[in-house]
Design a protein around this ligand. Structure first.
Ligand SMILES: [Zn+2]
Length: 429
């Protein structure tokens, strides 16, 4: 760290005294004066005062060659610099129009050749081109950033959504996007963010990253509360091991927020036909892909939703018979075919919980005997759920539950006492 330098300069003050006798007497005294030298100007870790500084901005259509022209570099030097900047560790393939960059030249050098170039990649990362060595060095460096705990709350109003509510407070489009994604991630298994209602509210405790006092990114969410259709949902981040590597999000009862899928949609059954790209269809009497897993079970056996989600279809088709389709989150969707009938209340739009009965085994549609054909989509593509590696589940061990509940008590109280920031409707005149 640089502190103002204080020079103690010693100089001589001469006092001339004229004595009564007319003799001139010279008295010399030493005096001390403080000379304060201002703070050196430091940017990106360089003391700018010791260089000849040129500030420039990337113009439309510029490449690195344009940037470096007129600083005594050969085209070969420029190519090497551009090549090293494109390296994956540095990550600067293209320069961006409008980016201000700094050229540092040696003050003593009459040729004023370039020594360093500093190019900011974003608010934190910057690229340093060092031309003082035999071979150009290109490095990505980072400004020091701070991480601070912050709180945010808001409400969903008519014709609004989570992004609007966040945007009004965060004032930074990247942070709004990050925050919306994080919140949706915490509650992905419990709340359908496409179906938020006016009156839904949220409160979040999170880590905010800032550089030079300016917030620029959301670090992570440590706890959150969401009121959706009158229900309270909580999420608390907690490590279930002492090393802090097994970290999960849990609700106020210690139940993991991220729910693993049930292995099968029926409790007692056998697989009568597995997932395959090609099989002989017993009814259609031809070779066909089977993009599902058949579980044979007696007619009337309850069929269970394999995870929480929203029913997006409860309907009939010639091939599927009576079927139910559930969207679990933005990634996973499941479907259950050949039902003899739906469970009471199961219709398009309702929310179902993992293990909830949605219908009963039958043989409607193209089926030879009673079974449920279970189909699984990941990002819109049908997959074999038995071969799928799901996000790791981190269940709370019973032994840790008392500690966990003690841990979340003050955090929950803090969330509960946090007021909701009202959504301000812009009134345009
Ligand atoms: Zn099937």
């Amino acid at each position: 760290m640089f502190k103002p330098l204080i020079y103690l300069s010693v100089f001589t003050i001469s006092f001339l005294f004229v004595s009564c006798g007319g003799e001139v007497e010279e008295v010399q005294e030493e005096a001390v004066e403080e000379v304060v030298i201002p703070d050196p100007v430091i940017e990106y870790g360089f003391v700018l005062d010791s260089f000849d500084v040129v500030r420039d901005t990337v113009q439309p259509g510029w490449t690195m060659s344009h940037m470096f022209q007129g600083y005594g570099l050969t085209q070969y030097d420029i190519n090497v610099a551009a090549d090293r900047a494109a390296d994956s560790l540095v990550g600067l393939k293209y320069i961006k129009e409008g980016t201000p960059f700094i050229m540092l030249k040696d003050m003593e050098d009459t040729a004023k050749n370039i020594q360093y170039c500093i190019y900011p990649k974003n608010v934190v990362d910057y690229i340093v081109f060092d031309f003082t060595q035999d071979s150009t060095i290109v490095e990505r460096r980072q400004k020091p950033f701070e991480v601070k705990e912050q709180l945010i709350s808001g409400e969903i109003i008519q014709n609004s959504n989570l992004t609007f509510a966040l945007d009004q407070q965060l004032k930074d489009i990247n942070m709004t996007g990050e925050m919306a994604e994080y919140i949706a991630g915490v509650f992905a298994w419990t709340i359908d963010f496409f179906k938020l209602h006016p009156g839904d509210e949220f409160k979040v405790i999170y880590q905010e990253k800032s550089v030079e006092g300016e917030p620029y990114a959301v670090g992570e969410i440590s706890s959150a509360w969401f009121k959706h259709q009158g229900h309270d949902y909580y999420g608390f981040k907690y490590a279930i091991d002492t090393s802090g590597t097994k970290v999960g999000m849990f609700d106020e009862n210690g139940k993991e927020m991220k729910r693993p899928f049930l292995m099968a949609p029926v409790k007692y059954s056998r697989i009568s036909s597995g997932f395959s790209g090609r099989r002989f269809h017993p009814v259609q009497k031809r070779w066909k892909a089977h993009l599902g897993t058949d579980y044979a079970a007696p007619k009337g056996t309850p069929i269970l939703a394999t995870a929480d989600g929203y029913v997006i279809a409860a309907s009939y088709s010639g091939g599927n018979g009576n079927y139910v389709k559930i969207r679990h989150d933005e990634v996973y969707t499941t479907q259950y075919l050949h039902m003899t009938g739906f469970a009471p209340g199961i219709k398009k739009g309702v929310h179902v919980m993992q293990g909830e009965t949605i219908g009963y085994v039958g043989s409607t549609g193209l089926a030879t005997g009673p079974h449920v054909c279970y189909r699984f989509w990941k990002n819109g593509k049908q997959i074999d759920h038995r071969a799928e590696k799901f996000p790791p589940s981190i269940p709370m061990p019973d032994s840790l539950l008392p500690d966990y509940l003690k841990f979340i008590e003050p955090i929950k109280a803090r969330l509960d006492s946090l007021p909701i920031t009202p959504y301000i409707v812009d009134e345009e005149v």
